[in-house]
Design a protein around this ligand. Structure first.
Ligand SMILES: NC(=O)c1ccc[n+]([C@@H]2O[C@H](COP(=O)([O-])OP(=O)(O)OC[C@H]3O[C@@H](n4cnc5c(N)ncnc54)[C@H](O)[C@@H]3O)[C@@H](O)[C@H]2O)c1
Ligand SMILES: [Zn+2]
Length: 361
């Protein structure tokens, strides 16, 4: 079992437990930490098979439709209505059981029901285990963009069971893996060496390798969140390595199944390495090594590898990148890199180099 403490020595402190079989021990762990609370479970339909013990103990179970459709006011309203109909109170505990969609939806519901109820994250996708379940960002989408409505609401506990990934489709595993390798690219070259050797068995769901990869990822995220909880400085922005590109690519694909978020991040990180090399910040060797690893793991590493990508000119993609909510004063601000493990945030971007990288795709 690995334990990671998030925001230690603060009023928002909470533990993350990572262990195969964690779900089967969830109820006693919750009882020990929180006493006898009424449980309100929100579970993704595709993760339901793993949730049997918790469903049996819950006061009310809300089953979410898979996909971004559950990050709408309509879906959120239904969850809140069900909570209130079952007389949720301040002592109740909300449990988010599913991928990032479920965590964002249930976490936001917990943030606003009765002005805030405690909640627990039990993430069941690789992406949610290494990224969205830790850090306290919750919310839903708007027709104006993704994740534009939400709240910071930290969970009180995160229980990560790598065994829950047994039913996760390979494509979703690879998409989550992009966020794993992101932590290596941001600040951990040693972890990248390890992933080069072990990435394949991580994707094959080898228990020990998965537990290690998830644990290092969660430690990395926790360390960054601890220093910059609300993204007021540049540090938390490092987690957006590859994401300014990714958000534009996802928008171009209308957030549909053509391009999963993690796939967009893999293309975005490849472009970020390409741009950094072109601007003379990072060696060609590091850029090639990074991109080769993602390609070997079956991830797309260029725009031309995205099936049915619309024929958009580079200039249009650049406009979309500048409109990303992470931009400041309309000025493009991005994470670039000086090499594997050496990402940094900058507003000094060579726009000609950026256009060239986007044109090459
Ligand atoms: N809050 C944050 O900090 C943060 C960070 C990153 C991403 N996100 C959000 O997370 C979402 C993406 O998360 P995701 O990739 O987990 O997507 P997701 O929640 O849509 O899950 C992906 C797919 O896997 C299915 N699934 C979930 N668990 C399963 C299991 N154990 N077995 C089989 N199928 C399973 C789901 O039904 C869905 O079809 C996006 O909405 C994104 O905005 C939030
Ligand atoms: Zn991401």
């Amino acid at each position: 079992m690995t334990r990671v403490d998030v925001l230690p020595h603060t009023p928002s402190a909470y533990p993350v437990f990572i262990e195969a079989g964690a779900i089967s021990r969830a109820l006693p762990v919750i009882a020990k930490m929180f006493g006898n609370r009424r449980l309100f479970l929100v579970v993704d339909r595709n993760a339901q098979s793993h949730a049997a013990p918790i469903i049996a103990a819950a006061e009310r179970t809300v089953v979410l439709e898979p996909g971004e459709i559950s990050k709408t006011w309509m879906a959120l309203g239904k969850t809140l209505d069900q909570f209130l109909a079952a007389r949720i109170d301040r002592q109740s505990l909300v449990i988010a059981f599913g991928g990032g969609v479920t965590g964002d939806h249930a976490g936001f519901a917990a943030a606003i029901a009765l002005r805030g109820i405690d909640f627990v994250q039990i993430p069941t996708t690789l992406l949610a285990q290494v990224d969205s379940s830790v850090g306290g960002k919750t919310g839903i989408n708007s027709p104006h963009g993704k994740n534009l409505i939400g709240a910071f609401h930290q969970p009180k506990l995160v229980l990560i069971d790598p065994a829950a990934l047994s039913t996760l489709p390979d494509r979703e595993m690879r998409a989550g893996y992009a966020e794993v390798v992101k932590y290596a690219f941001i600040g951990n070259e040693k972890f990248f060496d390890w992933l080069e050797k072990n990435g394949r068995i991580v994707l094959a769901k080898d228990a020990a390798a998965l537990e290690h990869a998830v644990a290092v990822s969660v430690q990395s995220k926790a360390a960054i969140v601890e220093k910059d909880e609300r993204e007021t400085g540049d540090l938390r922005a490092l987690l957006n390595f590859g994401h300014t590109f990714a958000h534009a690519l996802e928008a171009a694909c209308e957030y549909d199944r053509r391009l999963l978020h993690g796939e967009a991040v893999a293309v975005g990180m490849s472009l970020a390495f390409g741009l950094s090399a072109r601007m003379g910040l990072c060696s060609m060797n590091d850029a090639e090594r990074a991109i080769a690893h993602m390609a070997a793991m079956g991830l797309p590493t260029g725009i031309s590898m995205i099936r049915d990508f619309p024929p958009l000119p580079a200039a249009r993609l650049m406009e979309m990148m500048a409109g990303d909510k992470k931009a400041r004063d309309g000025r493009l601000r991005m994470v670039l890199t000086r090499g594997i493990g050496r990402a940094f945030v900058t507003s000094e971007i060579d726009m000609d180099a950026l256009a060239a990288v986007l044109e090459r795709g």
